[in-house]
Write a protein that binds this ligand. Structure first.
Ligand SMILES: *Cc1c(COP(=O)(O)O)cnc(C)c1O
Length: 336
């Protein structure tokens, strides 16, 4: 596979190897790397009938001196296990998760883009592969990891996006599965996304399912509001996905920028008064939000260009991930 590193977007271009492990008769096997290709599934598989499945999203980064690193992979392991408990699936040992992925990335090193050309996106999936008929947990499970070199998630890259508040769709029901990366959460997001795209916006901004009043997330990314010396993000109330990037930004904002970091309820009107607005995720990194549409009215944020603090936080985070800035938190996992 010959890759043009300069034309990478965010599409699936799977690298030639993948990792597969199976859970049968009450335990996980040790797994193995194999050639990327179709997985055999029987029609009665739990994932196909009742959506018993989770995914994760991570990246491997190439440093300036050619090393390959990951960012907080154990946090993804913990989050996957939170999802396993919620969906009645067998958990994976954290060390097994991290080491299996490290081994796959090592085998896929030629597909980690050069420094600053992109990243190797890592997609772990875990799903019920054994047969079910009644609504029950499957008797067996598959853990699989594939990778794909990627460029920026949003075509506009760091230049920013326009979002629309959607009151007629919610991302996550109360006390549902919004806090875990359950596959079904994303199937329901396709239609609202298609509707806002048809109106020329880039993403959906979701409000809470109880009152349609509080900000939840932007598409599949967490949201931050900067105002004065405070930075706020919606508190984790069970419907919001606890992003690894979200957590990193909260900590960087406080410790390296002296901002007051708050996790609280944010009424949607607060967005219109923000100095700066952005969303975060492994794929989105930090993406500035330039305007928010609400009931046909476009509210420009700040001066409708990436803000100074958003840019500084972006540089800090990317700097740590690419090994250019000191990682004082133990976030970087060296692959070699
Ligand atoms: C994955 C995801 C995020 C971002 O999480 P990161 O760990 O930062 O990548 C945010 N919101 C939703 C709904 C997600 O699925």
């Amino acid at each position: 596979m010959k890759i043009d590193w300069d034309s990478l977007g965010f599409e699936a271009r799977p690298a030639p190897r993948m990792f597969v492990a199976e859970f049968r008769n009450g335990s996980w096997d040790r797994g193995r790397t194999v050639d990327y290709g179709p997985l055999a599934l029987e029609p009665a598989a739990g994932i196909l009938n009742y959506g018993q499945g989770l995914f994760e999203g991570m990246k491997a980064y190439r440093t300036r001196d050619g090393r390959i690193v990951m960012f907080r992979p154990e946090a993804n392991a913990r989050r996957l296990n939170d999802g396993c408990r919620r969906l009645c699936m067998p958990e994976l040992e954290e060390g097994f998760f991290v080491e299996s992925i490290a081994a796959l990335v090592r085998e896929s090193r030629d597909y980690v883009p050069p420094f600053e050309k992109g990243d190797l996106y890592i997609r772990p999936i875990l799903f019920g592969s054994g047969p079910v008929l009644g609504v029950n947990p499957a008797p067996s499970y598959t853990f699989c990891v594939f990778t794909s070199p990627v460029g920026p998630y949003f075509k506009s890259g760091f230049s920013g996006i326009r979002v629309e508040i959607k009151e007629d769709f919610h991302r996550a029901p109360l006390a549902g599965t919004g806090a875990v990366k359950a596959v079904g959460n994303y199937a329901t997001s396709l239609l609202p996304k298609r509707l806002v795209k048809a109106r020329g916006r880039d993403e959906v901004l979701y409000l809470d399912a109880r009152q349609s009043r509080y900000v939840e997330e932007v598409g599949s990314a967490n949201v931050f509001v900067l105002k004065g010396d405070a930075i706020a993000t919606p508190r984790l109330r069970g419907s919001i996905l606890p992003g690894v990037t979200r957590d990193a930004i909260l900590r960087l904002a406080e410790s390296r920028f002296g901002l007051e970091a708050e996790e609280r309820d944010i009424g949607f009107e607060e967005l219109f008064e923000a100095d700066e607005l952005f969303c975060t995720g492994t794929a989105a990194v930090i993406t500035p939000i330039l305007s928010v549409f609400h009931r046909e009215v476009e509210h420009p944020i700040g001066n409708a260009a990436p803000g100074a603090r958003t840019t500084a936080l972006y540089r800090e985070l990317k700097g740590i991930q690419l090994g250019e800035k000191p990682d004082g938190f133990g976030w970087i996992y060296e692959i070699g």
